[in-house]
Write a protein that binds this ligand. Sequence first.
Ligand code: SF4
Ligand code: ZN
Ligand code: ZN
Length: 312
Amino acid sequence: MSTCTLCERGEAVFMRPYSGEKLCRRCFHKSIENKVRATISRYEMFQPNDKIMVAVSGGKDSITLLHILSKIEKAFPEATLCAVTVDEGIRSYRDEALKFAVKNCRKLGVEHIVTSFKERYGYKLDELVSMILERSEKELTPCSYCGVLRRRALNTAAREAGVDKLATGHNLDDETQTMILNILHGDALRIARVKPVLAMVHPKLIQRVKPFCMVPEREIAFYAYLKKIEFQGIPCPYARTALRNDIRTMLNRMEKKHAGTKFAIFKSMERVRPALEAMVEEAKLQDCKRCGEPTVGELCKPCQMLEKLSVL
Ligand code: SF4
Ligand code: ZN
Ligand code: ZN
């Protein structure tokens, strides 16, 4: 390529079209780590003595986040870091990913908790999917079950471990895709809920934070590649979110033609969010009459979904 535009010494290995920077290995690594530090401080994600849990799926984003947070955490001796993986029970997919999660946690010396759908709900996702297929109801997709049940499992595992924050690997691409997805679903007010730090609305809910929300996916992938971080690369067999894939392709095309598009969307949403939040009435949470977890209605979403399959 050419010389690094930051240190003006190293050989550039990465070009950032949206800023015009050409970065050498060292400056690239530092820029990503600094971006994460800046995001954490900008959104006040952590306190110096927080117990932080990273949701590690075994994929590129969450494992790279674990590596970076474990590096950053060294400067805060009072903070502690641990990891959690939810084994949904997806044969030859999550079992593989779990191995990568275990390997990386061991390498970094991070305590690793594994929890599963089977132990929490009595069924693996594979088993739930067979029931979903039998019923062939359109709104019952594997991903909708998986997402709702995983969020619950993560929150419960985090609460049981007594952590203060739960960090997830959502990156800039995920966040902008979700924002556009909400608009295309005609649910613009939901954008208020796509944010770097999710509000604490109930003592039983552990605060979720997204330290990668301003890092493009491509840069996380390159960081992982340069650092030789091992992760699972194959997609989930149930991944059929056609609309999200179309949005991803569209945003990547836009980004290629008009560098900085994703950041522009993210920043625009940041600006309108306070107005959107003011329009949305804060939901009053009560205890689910079946499981006791916080919910808006009488029955929480996971209980509703499991009841629909008649497994409760
Ligand atoms: Fe779960 Fe769907 Fe993700 Fe697979 S693609 S892990 S089913 S949410
Ligand atoms: Zn450099
Ligand atoms: Zn419930």
